[in-house]
Design a protein around this ligand. Structure first.
Ligand SMILES: [Ca+2]
Ligand SMILES: [Ca+2]
Length: 102
């Protein structure tokens, strides 16, 4: 198995580990997404308890921004888009779609 295939499998495993916590393994609720971010992407959310409200809002905005089907949850395809954006930011690339110039 190649490193890329292994990486994709791990990404799906991580998604399912958190997504199944509420019994619906197909989507991440805001709570599950927050737990995933805190454990798997340390530093993405504030770690101190006093920032809990800011973290809730950050997760809410993140879900709303990526929620293509409007169910207020993050399915695997929406999660992949999020991870792609994080990868692009880590590599110093702008994750927003290219602006067409006339
Ligand atoms: Ca779930
Ligand atoms: Ca959704």
């Amino acid at each position: 198995m190649t490193k890329l295939l292994i990486s994709m499998g791990i990404m799906h495993d991580v998604f399912q580990t958190y997504a199944k916590r509420d019994g619906d393994a197909e989507t991440l609720s805001k709570r599950e997404l927050k737990e995933l971010l805190q454990a798997e992407l340390p530093g993405f959310l504030e770690s101190c308890a006093s920032k809990e409200k800011e973290n809730e809002e950050k997760v809410k905005q993140l879900v709303l921004g990526l929620d293509q089907d409007g169910d207020e949850k993050m399915d695997f395809s929406e999660f992949v888009i999020f991870i792609t954006a994080v990868i692009l930011m880590i590599h110093g690339l702008d994750p927003r779609p290219c602006q067409k110039t006339k």
